[in-house]
Design a protein around this ligand. Structure first.
Ligand code: GAL
Length: 647
């Protein structure tokens, strides 16, 4: 295990070369030790096709390295230069309406375009050969934020050709595909794979099986694109390879890309996310305006720790993960861009470390006075004076340095509670939500939040987890089709498990299975029908709280644990297996998971609003996301405050 470390994202190509040495010295003086560069620099690395200019990059790396900084080198494939389009005019992705997603920003490429893939392989090979064993290059990043700006799904000729190949491999014959998809319906049968189109521009909704196949295919294309780069880098370098994932992105299977990478990193913009990516009530958004949602960051920390464990195959608690980009001040891209409360930049960094992050890098060093992100803060202002986040970064660096061994080491405590996250279920419920607001991420996140409000440490685990040893409570809400390894793990599991709603409600081909769901061994319960409910319609539960959005009508002889005021069962159990047949509101979630913890004898805490906890091997950490001070365990923790106690 490495020591926890801080760093920053830097763009030497944005600044005069005679600034680099001073920038590097100031980074080091601030206590930063990592610097990520290069991920958008293709037009400077190769200004004309085949004309490579790497001397400046050599000098930048040497300058940074000479100041004691360790470089993360990004492959520049998220921003192909303009000349690339002249070589490959058809390399752009097409949107659902068939319009090209053109040049002039970034991510203007199609994952399926073989010509562009070859160009990527070529540039990655050049960089990996040159810097793979460079003494100052200590890690790699592939591309930048796959899926950002909605770039996974493309309806291009390149995607179509690759999709047909993918279908032919998966189904072997058009007849088998017709059977699997139920194409007899509406006379949708095909005689050849060449007749199959992409699932856009149909008169009304396409076959959900067709859409689901396209979603799986599109995810596989991202995995293959990333794997190509990782394999090339590994041929020339023994340094770890990362990718910087994002928040609330489900368009590709991160567990699958994770298997090809050593480190899962993600880009954490708490205030941007609260404004832009969460459907919380306005009062919540106002209360946490300058702090961010108290659980959104932690969820992704726990998710990406799990993704980071994929390659080693070790436990979710042990995955290698980083925050590759940390919000330092107002960003530019959310509907509103408030400034963080003083102390939050420090809190976000410490929270990541408490969840096991090895490194937290701030985005970015100096605010750029030009182009798209000129309104995005950095550690320095455009005039090179320190922005407010600089002092907070320096403070965290000093705090890290003051920690004795082993507290300084990266790591987090093993969790006794796990929650499953399944990308295929996100696609299934986007394909066929049945109720407009049935959103898989939201369902899982609400369950996670209820657990975390009780002060629990949580692992996020993949849907094919084969071994649940060490956990006492496992939640798997909304998994459309339980995997065989997970079913087997559940059968052996000695703790309490909560499944549902919509468990096993679809086959892998998006059909309703018979016997009807949830088809859980030993649980006498059948979902006889389902209904979705519009906003404002809720069913109160006898024990308090209510269910909304989704309600399953169960035929059951199992023990009913919770029911609506009308006597409609919504939670049933057989031994330690429970099935939830509805979507709980906040109050119901909280009570429900408290009961599960009580049944398992798991200790929970009644936390003040906005306070969150996480244990490491040596300490218990508390983070105050609320706007007022809270008293907890003998400490008074100010707004944006962090407190830690030795265990
Ligand atoms: C990230 C991206 C960065 C920068 C940043 C701004 O999504 O990776 O390049 O655009 O957002 O907040």
């Amino acid at each position: 295990m490495t020591d926890r470390a801080l760093g920053v994202c830097y763009y030497p190509e944005h600044w005069p070369e005679d600034w680099w040495a001073e920038d590097a010295a100031r980074m080091a003086a601030c206590g930063l030790t990592w610097v990520r560069i290069g991920e958008f620099a293709w037009s400077r690395i190769e200004p004309r096709p085949g004309r490579l200019e790497l001397d400046w990059l050599d000098r930048a790396i040497d300058t940074l390295g000479a100041a004691g900084l360790r470089v993360v080198l990004g492959t520049p494939t998220a921003t192909p230069p303009r000349w690339m389009l002249d070589r490959h005019p058809d390399m752009l992705a097409l949107d659902r309406e068939g319009r090209p997603r053109g040049f002039g920003s970034r991510r203007h490429y199609d994952f399926s375009h073989q010509g562009y893939r070859a160009e990527c392989a070529r540039i990655v090979e050049i960089l990996a050969r040159r810097y793979g064993r460079h003494p100052h290059v200590h890690a790699w990043q592939t591309d930048n934020e796959y899926a950002c700006h909605d770039t996974v799904l493309s309806y291009s000729p390149a995607a179509l050709a690759a999709f047909r190949d993918w279908l032919a491999r998966r189904y072997q014959s058009p007849q088998a595909l017709n059977r699997a998809w139920g194409n007899v319906f509406w006379s949708m049968e095909y005689d050849s794979f060449d007749q199959i189109g992409l699932p856009n521009l149909t008169v009304t909704e396409p076959n959900p099986a067709h859409v689901m196949a396209f979603r799986r295919f599109s995810s596989d294309q991202v995995v293959a694109f990333n794997r190509l780069q990782a394999e090339i880098i590994r041929r020339h370098s023994d340094r770890p390879i990362a990718h910087n994932y994002m928040g609330r992105i489900t368009d590709f299977d991160h567990w699958a890309t994770g298997a090809d990478l050593d480190i899962a990193a993600w880009d954490s913009y708490p205030l941007g996310f609260l404004s832009d990516r969460l459907e919380e009530p306005e009062a919540h958004k106002r209360r946490f305006l300058r702090q961010g949602d108290p659980d959104f960051q932690a969820f992704h920390h726990d998710l990406y720790r799990g993704v980071g464990a994929r390659r080693s195959g070790g436990p979710a608690a042990g995955g290698r993960w980083w925050v590759m980009e940390q919000q330092p001040g107002p960003v530019n891209w959310a509907p509103w861009n408030p400034a963080p409360l003083p102390g939050m930049v420090r809190l976000w960094a410490w929270e990541a470390f408490a969840h096991g992050a090895e490194a937290v890098l701030f985005f970015r060093w100096r605010q750029a006075p030009f182009a798209q992100e000129q309104m995005h803060a950095g550690l320095l202002r455009p005039d090179s004076a320190e922005a407010p986040a600089h002092a907070e970064a320096a403070r965290v660096a000093a705090e890290l340095a003051a920690l004795p061994e082993p507290a300084r080491r990266a790591g987090t405590a093993p969790a006794e509670v796990a929650i499953v996250f399944d990308y295929a279920s996100a696609w299934a419920w986007q394909t066929q939500p049945q109720g407009r607001d049935f959103d898989y991420f939201r369902l899982v996140f609400e369950a996670y939040r209820a657990l975390r409000r009780l002060g629990l440490d949580i692992d996020v685990i993949p849907p094919d987890t084969a071994d649940l040893t060490g956990y006492r409570l496992v939640l798997a809400p909304g998994v459309a089709a339980l995997s065989d390894p997970f079913r087997a793990a559940l059968a052996r599991f000695g703790g309490t498990a909560l499944l549902g709603p919509r468990t096993n409600a679809k086959t892998a081909e998006m059909a309703i299975p018979v016997p009807l769901p949830p088809a859980l061994p030993g649980l006498a319960a059948t979902v006889a029908r389902v209904e979705s409910l519009p906003p404002g319609v809720a069913h109160a539960l006898r024990a308090g709280g209510s269910v909304h959005r989704w309600l399953e009508h169960l035929e059951t002889t199992a023990e009913v644990v919770e029911e609506t005021a009308e006597g409609h069962p919504v939670l049933v159990r057989a031994g330690r297996l429970r099935y939830l047949a509805a979507w709980p509101d906040d109050a119901a979630w909280t009570r429900l998971v408290s009961d599960l913890c009580a049944a398992e004898g798991l200790a929970t805490a009644g936390l003040p609003d906005g306070l969150r906890l996480r244990r490491t091997p040596t300490h218990r950490f508390a983070f105050n996301y609320g706007p007022e001070p809270v008293a907890w365990q003998g400490a008074t923790i100010p707004p944006a405050g962090v407190h830690w106690w030795p265990l």
